[in-house]
Design a protein around this ligand. Structure first.
Ligand SMILES: NC(=O)c1ccc[n+]([C@@H]2O[C@H](COP(=O)([O-])OP(=O)(O)OC[C@H]3O[C@@H](n4cnc5c(N)ncnc54)[C@H](OP(=O)(O)O)[C@@H]3O)[C@@H](O)[C@H]2O)c1
Length: 293
């Protein structure tokens, strides 16, 4: 990003945050039935520069969100995000594992009523480092836990108090079908997503008597760079976002967006042992590979 882009982005952010300070947000949430239509919400999306995260930003704008804090760890992505809708998009730098950046963003975005924890680390590019025994140490599992479980929890801790002041809100934690079983090609990722699924359920239990909707999104099969090499699916990030937003408008809390196809939980429950056997045999004979990051 050149100096002009940086200044333009900072100006948009400053103007929007000044506006945010003047007009207290009013949450679109209804309580106690906890329905959350995204129209008029103020959203913050992590990892919003591509894939599922960018789909959320684009669909939020289409569905009438009042403001979208589109965050990304790469500052080069910010100008493009702000250009999506300079009046409503505030593009901010956020590496979700960086505590100082998390606090700075939470200080700036006090009007948030919808937090979408989307950013995720898929695991080391070196396949052996993604498993418990073949890895040289447990650094990859620790990094996966930091990015995929603890960072979303830290952000929920920072933003839920803002939401309560704004009349309520929603936290969407983007998990994975790989939170429901071990993907042995990506054991570190699977482990962290399974932990994040329980963390999300814990947040839901803790906020049960408050105007906060906490949603577990067991995402799978969305056409992004993260899909295995050779996999083609017709489910786009926009389709995924639309399905998720339809569900939270009805107050649903455990989502398996899948465009009507049998979802991962249904496939596992049909025969859990046979399902695991297929996954393990695939790992030993024809393991899933993804493109270099
Ligand atoms: N696609 C699927 O079918 C699928 C299936 C299951 C679950 N999911 C989940 O959906 C979410 C999005 O995945 P995707 O398919 O869109 O993958 P993706 O295209 O690889 O996007 C991942 C995003 O996370 C960001 N990110 C990674 N580490 C970060 C950090 N420390 N701080 C901030 N941002 C960080 C990346 O930023 P950079 O561009 O800077 O790397 C990128 O924007 C993830 O939670 C993933 O686990 C997707």
């Amino acid at each position: 990003m050149n100096r002009r882009d940086i200044l333009a982005t900072m100006a948009v952010a400053a103007a929007s945050s000044a506006h945010a300070a003047e007009t207290p947000a009013t949450s679109p949430m209804t309580y106690p039935n906890k329905k959350f239509p995204v129209k008029d919400c103020v959203a913050l999306v992590t990892g919003s520069n591509r894939g599922v995260g960018l789909g959320f930003v684009e669909v939020l704008l289409k569905r009438g969100a009042k403001r979208v804090y589109a965050t990304a760890r790469n500052p080069k992505a910010l100008a493009e995000l702000a250009a999506l809708d300079p009046k409503r998009v505030v593009a901010l730098e956020l590496d979700v594992t960086n505590d100082a950046q998390r606090h700075a963003v939470a200080e700036q975005a006090k009007d948030v009523t919808l937090l979408i924890n989307n950013a995720a680390y898929p695991g080391s590019e070196v396949a052996d480092e993604r498993r418990f025994l073949s890895a040289t140490n447990l650094d990859d599992i620790k990094r996966s836990m930091d990015t995929n479980c603890y960072a979303p929890a830290e952000l929920a801790r920072l933003f839920i108090p803002h939401m309560l002041k704004n009349g309520g809100g929603a936290v969407l934690n983007i998990l994975s079908g790989g939170a429901l079983f071990c993907l042995p090609e990506f054991t570190s990722y699977s482990t962290s997503k399974a932990a994040a699924a329980i963390m999300t359920a814990g947040l839901r239990a803790e906020t049960d008597r408050q105007p906060i909707l906490v949603v577990s999104v067991f995402t799978g099969g969305v056409q992004t760079r993260a899909l295995p090499i050779g996999a083609t699916v017709a489910f786009t990030p926009a389709d995924h976002a639309n399905e998720v937003f339809d569900d939270i408008a009805e107050g649903k809390t455990t989502l398996f967006p899948s465009s009507g196809k049998p979802n991962m939980r249904e496939r596992i429950n049909a025969d859990p042992e046979a399902f695991e056997r297929r996954i393990i045999d695939r790992f030993h004979t024809n393991p899933v590979k993804i493109a270099p990051y």
